[in-house]
Design a protein around this ligand. Structure first.
Ligand code: ATP
Length: 326
C-alpha cells in the first residue's frame, strides 16, 4: 500500500453549516498521524490558482461552532475541462500532495472522480450539502442545521398566520431535492408539502384548501421546495389566488438564511466523525470513495455511485402529512 504523506482539504459547491467542523477534523486527524495537511481556498478554483497553504492544529481552533467555511467555497468552470484539472493536479504534485479530501455536493464529487481517474491522486468525498440528496449516507453535513433554521422560521410564520387566519406558502431551498421541505414541513405541522420528486397537482392543493375552508380551518401552511413544478412559492400562490380569491394568501421565501448559522450538535458530530474517517480511509489505502454514515456506522460509497444515485423519498411520508394535518 502506498503511504500517504501530504494531504489537502477543500470545500466546494454550495456552503453548508458543519463544513468547518469537517475541515477541523481532517486537519487534526492528519496532524495526529504525522501528515502534512494543506488547506485549499475557494474549492477547485484554489487548486487552479495555487491558493494552497499549510495548516496547523491552531489553524482550525475555534471554528467547530461556526457556519460557513474558513476555506471559502466557489464554483469553478475551468475544472469542468481536462486542462483545468491538469493544472490543479500539477499544483498538487508540486507540493507532493498525495491525498485530497473534498467536502461538497454531488457536483464536487464528479470533479473529484475525474481528477482521481485522470491523474494519480486519491480523493475522498465528504457529503456537505443542505439538500441531503446524496446516496450512501443517512445524513449530509448541513442538512440538520438547515432544517432547524427553517423550522424556527416557519414556527414564527405560524404565529402570525394564526393571528390573521392566513394561508402562508413558504418556499425552502431544494432545486431537485425535497428533503429539506419534507422535514421542515413535517416538524412544523404543515398542511401540505410540495417536493420536486413527488407530483402534487395544484388542483389537489386547491381542493384541500377548499375542504379546509368548509370545515373552518383557516390557518394553512404549505411548504414548497423551490424546484417544485408549480414554480416555487410564487408560482403556487398565483394559482391559489386566482382560484381561491377569498383566502388571504401570503408568500414567504426563506432564502439564504437556510445556509447560515451555527451548525447543530448533530452536524458537528457528523462532520467530526466523517472528517476523521476521511483521513483514516486515505491511510488505509481506501480511495475515491465518499464517506457516509449508514445506520450509525461509517460506510464507503464509490464516488461514481454517490454522484449518480439520489435518495428517494418514501411516498408514505405524504400520506402521513395528510393524516396528521387533518
Ligand atoms: P451543491 O449540492 O451545494 O450544489 P455541488 O458540489 O453539487 O454542491 P456544483 O456547483 O455542482 O456544487 O459543483 C462544484 C464544483 O465542482 C463546480 O464548480 C466544478 O468546479 C466542479 N464540478 C462539478 N461537476 C463537475 C464535472 N462534471 N466535472 C468536473 N468538475 C465538476
Amino acid at each position: 500500500m502506498k503511504k500517504v504523506n501530504n494531504i489537502a482539504v477543500l470545500t466546494s459547491g454550495g456552503d453548508a453549516p458543519g463544513m468547518n467542523a469537517a475541515v477541523r477534523a481532517v486537519v487534526r486527524t492528519g496532524i495526529y498521524h504525522d501528515l502534512n495537511v494543506y488547506g485549499v481556498m475557494y474549492g477547485y478554483r484554489g487548486l487552479l490558482t495555487d491558493d494552497i497553504f499549510p495548516m496547523e492544529s491552531k489553524s482550525v481552533a475555534n471554528i467547530i461552532q461556526r457556519g460557513g467555511t474558513i476555506l471559502k467555497t466557489a464554483r469553478c468552470m475551468e475544472f469542468y475541462e481536462y486542462e483545468g484539472r491538469k493544472k490543479a493536479y500539477e499544483n498538487l504534485k508540486n507540493r507532493n500532495i498525495d491525498g485530497l479530501v473534498v467536502v461538497g455536493g454531488d457536483g464536487s464529487f464528479n470533479g473529484a472522480m475525474k481528477l482521481s481517474q485522470e491523474f494519480d491522486i486519491p480523493c475522498i468525498g465528504l457529503p456537505g450539502t443542505i439538500d441531503k440528496d446524496i446516496a450512501g449516507t443517512d445524513f449530509t453535513i448541513g442538512f440538520d442545521t438547515a432544517v432547524n433554521t427553517a423550522v424556527e422560521a416557519i414556527d414564527k410564520i405560524r404565529d402570525t398566520a394564526d393571528a390573521h387566519d392566513r394561508l402562508f406558502i413558504i418556499e425552502v431551498m431544494g432545486r431537485d431535492a425535497g428533503y429539506l421541505a419534507l422535514h421542515s414541513g413535517i416538524a412544523t405541522g404543515a398542511e401540505n408539502i410540495l417536493v420536486p420528486e413527488h407530483t402534487t397537482s395544484v388542483e389537489d392543493i386547491i381542493n384541500d384548501l377548499q375542504a379546509n375552508e368548509r370545515r373552518k380551518k383557516m390557518v394553512n401552511l404549505i411548504v414548497v421546495a423551490e424546484g417544485h413544478e408549480a414554480g416555487g412559492a410564487n408560482g403556487l400562490a398565483k394559482r391559489v389566488r386566482e382560484q381561491c380569491p377569498q383566502l388571504d394568501t401570503k408568500v414567504c421565501i426563506l432564502g439564504h438564511i437556510q445556509r447560515g448559522g451555527n451548525p447543530t450538535t448533530m452536524d458537528r458530530i457528523l462532520a467530526s466523525r466523517m472528517g476523521y474517517a476521511a483521513v483514516d480511509a486515505l491511510l488505509e489505502g481506501i480511495h475515491n470513495v465518499m464517506i457516509g454514515i449508514v445506520n450509525d456506522k461509517v460506510a464507503y460509497t464509490p464516488l461514481d455511485k454517490a454522484v449518480k444515485a439520489k435518495q428517494e423519498i418514501d411516498p408514505e411520508w405524504f400520506k402521513i402529512v395528510k393524516i396528521l394535518a387533518s
